[in-house]
Ligand binder design. Structure first.
Ligand code: SAM
Length: 285
């Protein structure tokens, strides 16, 4: 269970899709003055060095964020996302990549709150040390729990502000994660029906992955949006990630149109072969 390290995958095509959506959710929530909570059930290390031993070894970011870095024809929401990655780097070179916790930390105001869960004994230490350098204000609004995010989420819902974004982003190395995600979302909706939830999942050659979106669509949510980005055909040995999906419950109403605009471009630019494609569907309240 503890072999997964997100650093190997930081900035890949799946991170691009996940973080592109996350940046839009955060920006949408910051449009209103009233405070909100951001809860990350699977936080990872928070930030990654792309020239480090791990990310540098697999170089997955080269077919992800690196393909967007120098483009001057970015659709609006892709530009918003790239702007966040640029802000995380000190110069024009792509050296660092923010994970979801730091994307959220940058977007949040003093009155907002950040709640992060991470179970890996090493990742949690890196996450804590990454946040330690952030100063008092950040420390005041952030809580990091060395705990199971599926379980821990329940106790935080509903957030006192009654406004919140929850990112559910397991690694799915343990195939029970597929069932746990569905169960976790169902439980969370009972406690906080108006929350905005974003579930990331991998497109891999396994039944649980192919069935997940269908199962998520059956949770009792008023509205949802489901976007997938496939970058290549599945490999013949059935290994590896050929794409990913984001299932967003109670999405901002502007998100669907923004994705409709961006996904054809993103699919073209991140394509690894002719099987590259996207899908977008949803249910409106
Ligand atoms: N959300 C991060 C981001 O976007 O930057 C990436 C998270 S990574 C895909 C999944 C993380 O969940 C890993 O760091 C793993 O150690 C952690 N993890 C696995 N099972 C967990 C659990 N039950 N509760 C909390 N964290 C868990």
């Amino acid at each position: 269970m503890f072999s997964y390290r997100h650093a190997f995958h930081a900035g890949n095509h799946a991170d691009v899709l996940k973080h592109l959506v996350l940046v839009q959710l955060l920006r949408y929530f910051a449009q209103k003055d009233s405070p909100y909570w951001y809860i990350d059930t699977h936080a990872g290390a928070g930030a990654y060095a792309l020239d480090g031993d791990w990310a540098g070894k697999t170089a997955e970011f080269e077919s992800g964020i690196a393909r967007l870095w120098t483009r001057d024809d970015l659709p609006a929401i892709v530009a918003d996302y790239v702007e966040e990655i640029v802000a995380f780097n000190q110069d024009e070179f792509l050296r660092y990549y923010p994970g979801s916790p730091f994307l959220a930390a940058r977007a949040m105001r003093d009155r907002d709150r950040l709640r992060l869960f991470e179970l890996h004994p090493t990742e949690i230490e890196v996450l804590r040390s990454n946040f330690r350098g952030q100063g008092k204000d950040e420390a005041r609004r952030t809580m990091i729990y060395a705990a199971d995010g599926f379980e821990g989420l329940k106790a935080l819902l509903p957030p006192p502000t009654r406004r919140g974004i929850v990112l559910i982003d397991p690694s799915y190395e343990d195939k029970r994660d597929y069932a746990r995600v569905v169960e976790c979302l169902g439980e969370a909706l009972k406690r906080f029906a108006t929350g905005c939830y974003a579930v990331w999942y991998p497109q891999v050659s396994r039944r649980e992955s192919q069935q997940l979106a269908g199962r998520l669509a059956r949770v009792p949510a008023r509205s949802w949006l489901h976007v997938t980005l496939t970058v290549r055909k599945p490999s013949s040995d059935g290994l590896g990630l050929h794409g990913s999906g984001m299932f967003i419950v109670n999405p901002p109403w502007v998100l669907e149109a923004a994705l409709k605009d961006a996904m054809p471009w993103l699919t073209r630019v991140l394509a690894q072969d002719a099987a590259a494609a996207f899908s977008l569907d949803g249910r409106q309240a």
